[in-house]
Design a protein around this ligand. Structure first.
Ligand SMILES: [Zn+2]
Length: 386
């Protein structure tokens, strides 16, 4: 048989096969707080990896969250350098999204469904890639650990320790989060802080005893303006008071007010400074008390020399495959990559493989997640995509 004929007989990367695999995972809706639903997907993923000859460790979920899965290639050994591929199984979309808000459907080259963009498609592609390598009779250059966590969308409260432990063992970490506009990969991310603020004033009737009251809402209004005033786009610092709750009636001076605050920073130093500023709230009204809790929930993932060295290598590989690899300036969204990058493990190869393969050609807008089928396949095959 000629070489060409032999190649003709090789299994091919098949867009429809990839899509079927992705959609099977999308069909299984996995909102973070439904641990039982996430576990159904975990069952499926565990079975699929075991069928590829990989050992799968199942780490029981805590606090109502689903289990985490750690699949390892058969050549993985403790203490040997390896690659870590990091994905999450949960999505932000409530149960039933596929029945109403965003039915699973194909429109031309786009496929819609809850969580297909973030990140069922990305989580599935490494599985397809590994299976494809196996059926071609190839292995991977480095042993691989594939970690699937159950609660990334709420800040990985139970998986963080697992992520950090496994990232320390890895030479590279590939995170299967989406690429950005035009397929640009992510080589740095802002750190994320979260805070809860409770303000307690003194209630009174707004008609009969207005002067006796101390309004928690009025204090909240001052605090919101102060906290939002910390935003400094030039420094890459943003604050957002994204949720507020207060009041019991229109004729009652409100006793309580509550707010949730989101912070984004570029550097660890900025994080420390901003956390101190936000925690150190002094009420304008001395008769009102403020209780505020929180802090950084993901450290910034800074663009180190090691990351850029990897990006440069990845760019050469991409050039050879006929497409230009670009990086984003800086993304405000945090991911589990922040944990591994903070440990000094280079990331962008993952962004290359992951984001290029799976999401270079996808976009997500709230519940209108979509992935472009033929482009995914082209990327997966290392082909130029117009
Ligand atoms: Zn994600």
């Amino acid at each position: 048989m000629t070489d060409a004929a032999a190649r003709d007989n090789e299994p091919k990367i098949d867009a429809e096969e990839i899509l079927d695999g992705i959609l099977e995972w999308v069909e299984m809706e996995t909102p973070t707080y439904h641990g039982d639903k996430v576990n159904l997907l975990a069952d499926r993923i565990q079975g699929q990896w075991e069928a590829q000859g990989c050992g799968v460790e199942r780490i029981p979920g805590r606090g109502g969250f689903g289990d985490h899965l750690l699949a390892r290639s058969p050549d993985w050994e403790e203490g040997k350098p390896c690659l870590l591929v990091l994905s999450h199984m949960d999505t932000v979309h409530p149960l039933g999204t596929k029945d109403e808000a965003n039915p699973i459907r194909r429109e031309g080259d786009s496929v819609f469904g809850p969580g297909i963009y973030d990140m069922k498609a990305g989580a599935h592609l490494p599985y397809y890639a590994y299976r494809h390598l196996k059926r071609l009779g190839h292995g991977t250059k480095l042993p691989v650990s594939f970690l699937f966590v159950s609660e990334e969308e709420v800040g990985s409260p139970t998986s963080r320790e697992v992520i950090e432990r496994e990232a320390k063992k890895a030479r590279y970490v590939l995170v299967t989060e989406p690429a950005r506009d035009g397929g640009k990969i992510v080589t740095a991310r802002k750190g994320v802080g979260r805070f809860e603020m409770r303000i307690t004033g003194r209630p009174s009737h707004s008609g009969a005893q207005h002067q006796e009251g101390r309004s928690a809402v009025k204090e909240l209004a001052h605090q919101i303006l102060e906290i939002e005033g910390f935003t400094d786009y030039a420094r890459g610092v943003t604050t957002n008071v994204g949720m507020v709750k207060a009041g019991t009636g229109v004729n009652v001076v409100p006793r309580e007010a509550y707010a949730e605050i989101d912070l984004r920073v570029v550097s660890a130093e900025d994080g420390e400074e901003m956390v101190a500023k936000i925690l150190n709230r002094v009420p304008r009204d001395p008769d009102v008390t403020i209780e505020i809790t929180g802090g950084m929930n993901r450290p910034p993932y800074e663009r180190s020399d090691a990351i850029m060295a990897l990006f440069d290598k990845a760019k050469i590989c991409a050039d050879a495959a006929g497409f230009e690899l670009e990086t984003t300036p800086l993304t405000g969204g945090g991911s589990d990559g922040n944990f591994s990058a903070a440990l000094g493990v280079p990331m962008p190869l993952g962004e290359l493989l992951q984001d290029q393969l799976r999401q270079a050609m996808a976009a997500g807008y709230e519940d209108l997640d979509w992935s472009a089928v033929t482009r995914i396949a082209a990327r997966a095959a290392g082909l130029p995509v117009g």
